[in-house]
Design a protein around this ligand. Structure first.
Ligand code: AMP
Length: 302
């Protein structure tokens, strides 16, 4: 089963303590769709400028991603510049240039409108709402956001949250959105008039899932070398939604497994800059890291 994703396709300039890259391929929808493409069909809606090279389009096509919804318009592609210090969990945004995104009016191609799974990757919540107005009844709608929009468009974001089932957000942003430092209180507050499932990403500490019934805690894979955390959140969401779409099972036990697949994909992504690791994985590598996750969290009762 296929997933519709709407989000950013970008040029990122990133600095970490281990190196820097300028204007490499990035964007929330790019990371999401590359990650999800190992599990399910993905149809992407985004906009790029005239400066977006054919080789990037080819790279996405090679992963089998449907690009009818990727529009090229006059102007420059979205650009994001960020820095990470030794605490790789915290991205510091140095510059955000929306460029072609500032006048983007997403039009969902007719053949995407009935897709059963929808992921609204990190973009302006007003655009995320516009997408929801154009789709027929999806089985599952999930979304992500970031501090830029929590601070810039809080009303639109609250309106959006009332209309989605699964909300994926990082730890600092969950606290900021709820105005609470306790994560449990923040989760309850965010879920009050909104998502049925809340997944809080905690970088190297893993992820927490809150539902009405329970809390599930997943570790992150203990990696020796993390080069660049950019896109970890989106590749997590790609693995999560990809596995759900692949299995068609919305039960809580299956969502727990999907969270582990999300963590697997995020762990590969941070091993290299841009999409170089994420775009060249084998299914065997994914399966064997999933098995390692299982061993990592297994313990015997007495
Ligand atoms: P993450 O998975 O949270 O690390 O997201 C990283 C990606 O988000 C980068 O590749 C950026 O291009 C993209 N990004 C950063 N800021 C924004 C924004 N305000 N709106 C949409 N996408 C963004």
């Amino acid at each position: 089963m296929s997933i519709l994703v709407v989000g950013s396709v970008a040029f990122d300039s990133v600095e970490t303590p281990f190196g820097r890259v300028e204007e490499v391929l990035g964007g929330s929808a790019t990371y999401f769709s590359t990650s999800a493409s190992y599990f399910a069909g993905v149809s992407l809606v985004a906009v790029v400028g005239e400066d977006f090279p054919a080789e990037h389009v080819e790279g996405l096509k090679k992963r089998g991603i449907d690009l009818e919804g990727l529009k090229k318009v006059p102007g420059k592609t979205f650009r994001w510049k960020g820095r990470y210090d030794y605490d790789l969990n915290q991205a510091h945004t140095l510059e955000t240039n929306l460029n072609v995104f500032s006048s983007f009016d997403p039009v969902i191609p007719e053949r995407y409108r009935e897709l059963p799974y929808v992921f609204l990757a990190n973009i302006d919540p007003e655009l995320q709402l516009k997408v929801l107005e154009q789709v027929a009844k999806p089985r599952l709608v999930a979304c992500d956001t970031m501090n830029f929009w929590i601070e810039g468009k809080p009303e639109a974001l609250r309106k959006l949250l009332r209309r989605i089932e699964v909300f994926v957000i990082n730890e600092a942003e969950a606290r900021e959105l709820a105005g609470e430092s306790s994560l449990v209180k923040a989760a309850r507050q965010i879920m009050k008039d909104g998502p049925r499932i809340l997944i809080i990403k905690r970088g190297e500490y893993g992820a927490l899932m809150f539902s009405e019934k329970s809390i599930f805690s997943a570790p992150a894979y203990p990696l020796e070398n993390i080069f660049d955390p950019t896109g970890a959140g989106d590749s997590f969401a790609g693995g999560l939604m990809g596995y759900i779409a692949n299995t068609g099972n919305l039960g809580e036990d299956n969502i727990r497994r999907a969270i582990i697949f999300g963590s697997v994909m995020a762990s590969f992504n941070v091993e290299a800059f841009s999409l170089s690791r994420l775009s060249s994985l084998s299914l065997d590598e994914i399966r064997s890291r999933y098995a390692e996750f299982k061993r990592l969290t297994h313990f015997e009762d007495i």
